[in-house]
Structure formats: C-alpha cells, structure tokens
Design a protein around this ligand. Structure first.
Ligand code: FRU
Length: 486
C-alpha cells in the first residue's frame, strides 16, 4: 500500500489504491436504515450541516459547567440548500444531556478570516477555547473565491450557568496553515474538479503525547511525460489526509508534515478527516462523495475509514475497501459529513440529514426541481446517530440512536437493534460511477451493485466490540440546488 515519495523524508505514505476501492459495495452492516424526514428539528429556522463537538486534549467530550457543546455550519433555512456553503456561519449549540439542544448563537461577531467559514474542530484546554476552522474565500476579493486556509480563533470566553452557555469574544483570528506546494497542492497547482485545503481537526496522540492537526487536502500529482491521457486524467483525483504537528503542544503553532494517506487516482476529496483510537489502534475516518471518485472507481457518498497501529500508519482500508457506512439505495444522499466519536466499547457517528427524499444518481438533478421541493427534500438538521462496532480491520453498523443524540461514555446505550439495518433486496441499487467528467455527469454510467451481496467480510458473531457538491462553482448557479454543496 505504500511507496515513499522522496519528499516524505523517508516516512512511508499510506495509499488508498484503486484495487482496494474496487471492492466497495453496499452490504449488510455498512448501509444505514432509511432516515426519512426529520422526526423533530430543534432549529427549524436554520440549515445545520457539518458539526463537531467541543473536546478536550484527550479527545473526550468537554464538560463546560454541565453542558456539552457542538459547533455547526449553519445558514438561514429559507436559503436554497445548495447555496448554503456561500454564507456558512459557525454557530454553537449546547445540551445538558446530549438530547435536548439549545442555540448559543453565531460564534463570531465579524472579524473571522475568509469570506465565509467552513468546518473545523474545537479544543477546550485549560479553560480556553480554540476554534479551528477553514477560512474559505479571500476576504480582500470583491467576488466570491474558493481559496482555503486553516485558521484558528482563540481568546474568547465561555460562560456556563443555569441559564445556559454564553460564548463571547473578542476572538483573535490567525491563519495557521496554507498549502506548501510540495506535500500539499496549492490552488494554482490544482488540475482537479475542486481544490481542498480545509477541515482542521485537533488530535493528541495518546501513545506519544504529540499534538496534531489533521486536515483535508490534495497531494500534488502533476502531469508526467509519457502518461496516456486516461492516466493523466485519473491523476487529477488526488485527495489526501494532511497533517501538521505542534512539537511544543502549543495549540497555536503548527508545522506541516507529509500526508498521512493519499488517494491519488482514487478520489478527489477525503473530507473532514478524524481519528478514533480503539483497542490501541488508530481508526482514521473521512467522508467522500460518489462524484469525487476517479474514473473507473465507484463508491457512494459515505464514511470511509482506514486503520493503523500508529498515527503515522501504515493504514489499511477498513473492510478491505474502505467503506464503513453509507446511505440506503433509495436515499443515496440522505446523510453526509459523518463524524465518529468514541463511546465506551463502541463508536458513534453523527452526521447531518442531507437530501433524505431523493433517489437520483446525482445531486445535479436536485437543481432542476422547484425551489420549494428542494427545501422539502433537504434535512438541514442532524441525522440519527449511527452505532458502529469496530473490530480490528472490520466495522459493522449496529443500529441508530435518535437524531441529535450525543451521549458521553458514562451514559449507557440501549441494546443495539440490528433488525433496523437494511438487508437482502434492500441493499440493491446501482452506485453511479464517479467523476469521469470532472464533476457531475449527465446520466449514470455506474457499475452495478445488484443487491445480492455476500456478507462474507463481516463475521456477525465476532464483531462485537467494537447538491452536486463541487466547491468551485459553489452556489453560483442560477437555480442552484446542489452545486453549492461540497
Ligand atoms: C463537508 C464539507 C467540508 C466543508 C464544508 C463546507 O460537508 O465539504 O469539507 O468544510 O462542507 O460547507
């Protein structure tokens, strides 16, 4: 799985290969049950999507005066869902019990970097809050741009009392990381359908005590002499999981290191990378889309994962292919932006409800629907929390909890009910081929996943422990119902 580019300074680089990705398929244990329309939406006036929890240095959910805090990208709910990325605003929600959530409002009051702010992570350390985020777009430009850099806000205050949580500035905003052009592609170098340098995620390695920021990026894969046109095109799909370290542990001072993993010729976007440590192993999770797979490789919108014995790797794709969790075939875009967190013996996964009522192959078709329908089919709130067993190199979904259910490890879970998981015919349906046209193609050309899948890779008995989303033209379309999504 690895080859050592000279620039990696001798460290072997893990790779997600085309051969591994060729075995991606829906099977019992990786398909979530249909979610349907939100049973209850605690914030109907908002679109809520990418969400992360306030955690301490050890990765545990922070307790701030009896509350747990979540940060989400949000936009007004009357906005066409596909346009939300262009106006994304980070808000804070808090809960005394991981069930009922209240809105603490937008986190920044002006002053944040970028034209808008995208996903990140939040660290609570010594009573200080560090909000890592993506500064998207160049705030000095007149028009909308898609530059991305990794930023932090610090110096704000969080207060808790019986009335709730108050988060207030002033915040100091700093750019922490930009792509170097060697390990991480710059926007100017990008040949692909989208360019990424975003989604910082704080992680302290329990084994070494070293402090890391993981992020989504692209590994330079320039045109090479002698490549045939098909190979040259496949190499445009060059997603990677980036990493930076803070040798002193200072949450504000970072140095780039070579990617932890790349997916050159496999996939363009490895989104929101994050790690859960279980049984001493490092489970590296990313989200990705059907339309960002390279030509000839096919996978659904889903949570993908890799496992290694150390943070540096070498990573092996979970379940052989990398696919950990996806949506049911009748609602292939039902949820997105999955983020896993540890709960006692299992792993839980929160995500947001995307287009829960749409059976097409591509989110492009959403944009053709009347605007009211686009809104109706879009969730814009958290999806049911997934329960995931992890066991060595294998994972298996075990059922769901309510939407917005974010329990801490000391809160016991009800018994898992595997019976709600799709099986047999309910797994059928084609997975459309990926980005052969560099984005959404008109009409499916996908490989067939007929439903009669063999569940052979998971031993059920033993696994017990454990729109149209191209950023470049995000939201700029006339009737855009999906291009704004990423
Ligand atoms: C995932 C994502 C993130 C990005 C955000 C912008 O859903 O693409 O990578 O930060 O959406 O809305």
């Amino acid at each position: 799985m690895h080859e050592t580019p000279e620039s990696d300074g001798g460290r072997s680089r893990s790779r997600w290969t085309r051969a591994q990705a060729a075995s991606i398929e829906r099977r019992h244990g990786n398909v979530a049950p249909p979610a349907g329309a939100p049973a209850a939406d605690p914030f109907p006036e908002l679109h809520v999507w990418d969400t992360w929890l306030l955690r301490d240095r050890h990765g545990d959910i922070a307790d701030v005066g009896g509350y747990r805090l979540a940060f989400s990208l949000t936009a007004p709910a009357d906005l066409l869902p596909g346009k939300r990325h262009d106006v994304a605003e980070i808000r804070c929600f808090y809960s005394p019990d991981g069930r009922e959530w209240r809105d603490a409002g937008p986190v920044f009051d002006g002053g944040a970097l970028g034209q808008r702010q995208w996903a990140g992570s939040a660290l609570y350390d010594d009573g200080e809050v560090y909000l890592y985020y993506t500064a998207a777009g160049d705030e000095t430009a007149d028009e909308m741009t898609y530059t991305q850099r990794i930023a932090v806000a610090h110096g704000g205050t969080v207060r808790a009392d019986e009335g709730g949580i108050e988060l207030s500035g002033p915040w100091t905003h700093e750019t922490l990381l930009t792509p170097d052009g060697e390990w991480y592609e710059t926007e100017a170098q990008s040949r692909g359908m989208t360019y990424t340098f975003r989604d910082p995620w704080f992680f302290e390695d329990p084994a070494t005590g070293e402090t890391h920021l993981l992020f989504e990026a692209n590994a330079p894969a320039p045109e090479r002499e002698g490549d045939d046109p098909a190979t040259a095109h496949r190499r445009e799909f060059n997603g990677c999981v980036g990493v930076a370290v803070s040798e002193s542990g200072d949450p504000l001072s970072w140095e780039l290191r070579p990617p932890l993993l790349d997916a050159v010729e496999v996939n363009q976007e490895l989104e929101r990378p994050h790690v859960v440590v279980a049984d001493g192993r490092y489970y590296l999770f990313v989200c990705s889309h059907v339309h960002t797979f390279a030509p000839g490789v096919t996978g659904p919108d889903g949570l993908y994962g890799f496992v290694a014995d150390a943070l540096d790797g070498e990573y092996r794709p979970l379940n052989g292919s990398g696919l950990v969790a996806t949506n049911p075939p009748e609602a292939p875009f039902q949820a997105y932006s999955w983020m896993a967190f540890a709960h006692d013996e299992v792993v839980l996964v929160q995500s947001f409800l995307n287009y829960h009522d749409f059976a097409g192959d591509s989110l492009d078709a959403i944009a053709d629907l009347p605007e009211a329908e686009q809104r109706e089919r879009f969730g814009g709130t958290l999806a049911p929390t997934l329960r995931l067993a992890v066991d060595g190199d294998r994972t298996r979904l075990r059922g769901t909890l309510d939407a917005w259910r974010i329990p801490t490890p000391d809160e016991p879970l009800p018994p898992a009910d595997d019976s709600e998981l799709p099986d047999g015919d309910a797994l059928g349906g084609r997975i459309r081929e990926g980005g052969s046209a560099g984005g959404y193609v008109a009409g499916p050309s996908g490989a067939v996943d007929d439903g009669a899948v063999d569940d052979g890779m998971i031993d059920d008995e033993s696994a017990d422990g454990g729109g149209g989303e191209s950023l470049r033209n995000a939201g700029s379309g006339e009737s855009d119902g999906s291009h704004g999504a990423i």
